[in-house]
Design a protein around this ligand. Sequence first.
Ligand code: NAP
Length: 246
Amino acid sequence: MTDVKRYALVTGASRGIGRAVAVKLAEMGYTILINYASNTAAAEQTLARVQEVGSEGELMPFDVTDAAAVESALTAWKERHAGEHIAVIVNNAGIRKDNLMMWMPRTEWHQVLDTTLDGFFHVTQPLLKDMIVAKWGRIVNIVSLSGIKGMPGQTNYSAAKGGLIAATKALASEVAKKRITVNAVAPGFIRTDMTSDLPEAELKKMIPAARFGEAEEVADLVAFLCSDKAAYITGEVISINGGIYM
Ligand code: NAP
């Protein structure tokens, strides 16, 4: 791998899908910037896994909703790495605050939209220019089946992920000429902390594959989209859901 492609930033990489993506990109030779909100112990486990597969990484805690915190972390990184840049961004940090719209307080609406949409903007915007100058980049946004289909009890989450899908397509058209691809990966039900409160035995009856997916399966897809082989795939939303077709 050339130096220009050396660093990958994965948001929400302390646990779940983000951790699996971090380890997979580390296997590809990337040095991983492991973002998370507060769970340092879990982020350190991700770093240990990254090192186990023979790569390097560093913890980069910040709340993706906090513009000033993101800017300060990215500026500090750039100062420590003069002449280098982040070539791969996986916007994975996300939260669920499910409620029927009728009972949904404004805070639950904003927390979910801010994490997904503001998070995407805060992290991606300051890193785009370096990718454009380098004429190579990969941006993968983790969305959801809920953002394609619309799920009851998830108007906030569906709106956030649907908005991110639209942003993915718009940005992909802006930067395609610069050999930067922007894609969205839309998981169905994946076994992580986020879904640990869901009745898996009941829900798997509606999944043709009859099981929840694993974070590593999502990570394999993300890794492919980050590879050179995926250079001609951009502006796409790729589902990974065990066959739940709409
Ligand atoms: P998870 O196990 O709950 O992990 C969430 C991760 O996001 C953690 O690393 C957490 O950090 C981080 N995070 C949350 N809010 C953040 C913030 N404001 N700033 C920075 N980091 C933040 O979730 P997951 O299941 O792996 O989900 C990952 C992504 O996939 C999310 O975008 C989710 O919407 C999407 N997704 C998941 C499923 C599924 O079935 N699991 C399905 C479709 C889509 P801390 O550890 O510090 O809290």
